[in-house]
Design a protein around this ligand. Structure first.
Ligand code: PLP
Length: 396
């Protein structure tokens, strides 16, 4: 008996290498014990949520005089929560925007779905720079859009502006960039973003609707070596930032995210009104009451990026000592080395024999590479060293 649509059956078969590896990991851990497996497959932050975020739960539980409500709220989120986002964006992006230019969403994932639902017509295209976060394609197809990708420059994974220019068609409705990048660790420069904006503006002149630039930024907090993550909102009339507190507060399960629209956009209230409607009619509305209060409690804090930086350095040493070909990530918590022998799926299977879990680049539109996440203790990274050496030797 067929219960699922053929599209979803197809997605389930082909979709997530990350999930496949995660599930293989569970099986390996059962067989050999947790400590025997080095699991670099999942981008699920393990650094504890800052204590203040947990403490708010005690405060809320003690709250008896009920200024606190669990009822419905305005579709854009609590007005004070929207103001928090506006203040944050002003600081991060250097633009003057108000609470009205923001919408609270269920994570970055909910934000992107609400956005596509609001702007896509059948036949429209979403373009993303590859390698890319694999769920973008699903979000686009949820809302009748065709998903297409354009490769970043090989090895450095910088934006290939000429390739993006060539890939845009009259159906292109949105371009997604993600910096710091999952899976490559690339951070785009201001110069790259400005060139990109110029290309989009050129195409807008010959179109009766603009191309939106979606900057997906959940890893903004995690740029290494003092590097700056440039702001997109001051640079383009149709830019939106989509982000969340899943990574910087290790709060992915609370689903607190947002969309912020550049104040350069004319008639942006129309877009915001559309987003508030789609947020609601998609059923998830905005983040739950408790999550918004946790955000308020956490304002002045975040997980310590130096923990990730130390792990990055440890993993760079493991890979360099073993002779892998890789670029040191400028941000986010991922390495994207070249797969020795060229076949990323075969190489990840080989790593699995060493009880090391990695994800083939194919799953991110980057065949020939593999992804390693450093959301694990340094001890696990160091313990993987011999396995990485044996694996590369066996294909060299
Ligand atoms: N965008 C990127 C690049 C991600 O890596 C993730 C999650 O891993 C998301 C979006 C979705 O995050 P959220 O938990 O905010 O929905």
């Amino acid at each position: 008996m067929q219960l699922l649509s053929s599209q979803i059956t197809g997605f389930m078969e082909n979709s997530s290498w990350i999930r496949k590896m995660f599930e293989s990991g569970i099986a390996l851990k059962k067989q050999y014990g947790e400590d025997a497996v080095c699991d670099f497959s999942l981008g699920n932050p393990d650094v504890p949520t800052p204590a203040m975020v947990g403490e708010i739960l005690h405060d809320l539980a003690k709250e008896t005089s009920a200024p606190f409500t669990f009822g419905y709220m305005p579709n854009g989120g609590f007005p004070w929560a929207r103001q928090i986002i506006a203040d944050l964006i002003k600081k991060e992006q250097g633009v003057e925007l108000t609470a009205d230019d923001t919408v609270l969403t269920c994570g970055a994932a909910g934000a992107m779905n609400a956005f596509f639902r609001a702007v896509m017509e059948p036949g429209d295209e979403v373009l993303a720079v590859a390698p890319f976060f694999v769920e973008y394609g699903f979000y686009a197809s949820n809302h009748q859009a065709t998903f297409r990708t354009v490769m970043a420059k090989p090895d450095t994974f910088e934006l290939d502006i000429d390739a993006i220019d060539a890939a845009i068609t009259s159906n292109t409705r949105a371009l997604i960039i993600n910096s710091p990048n999952n899976p490559t660790g690339a951070v785009y420069t201001k110069e790259e973003i400005m060139k990109l904006a110029a290309v989009l503006e050129k195409h807008n002149k010959s179109n009766n609707r603009p191309i939106f630039l979606i900057s997906d930024e959940p890893y903004r907090f995690l740029a290494f070596d003092g590097i700056d993550v440039p702001s997109v909102l001051p640079l383009y009339d149709y830019a939106v930032v989509i982000s969340s507190f899943s990574k910087n507060l290790s709060m992915a399960g609370e689903r607190v995210g947002y969309i912020a629209v550049t104040p350069r956009m004319d008639s942006r209230q129309q877009l915001i009104n559309g987003l508030m409607l789609t947020n609601r009619i998609l059923g998830f509305v905005n983040p739950p009451v408790v999550g918004q209060h946790m955000l308020k409690a956490a304002l002045e804090t975040q997980v310590d990026p130096s923990i990730y930086e130390k792990r990055r350095d440890a993993m760079a040493k493991v890979l360099a000592d073993a002779g892998y070909d890789f670029h040191i990530p400028k941000g986010a918590f991922y390495f994207f080395p070249k797969a020795p022998g060229g076949d990323d799926v075969a190489f990840c299977n080989r790593l699995m024999e060493e009880k090391i879990l990695a994800v083939p680049g194919t799953g991110f539109g980057g065949p020939g590479y593999f992804r390693l996440t450093f959301c694990v203790e340094e001890e696990v990274i160091n313990r993987s060293a011999e396995g990485f050496k044996r694996a590369i030797r066996s294909v060299a």
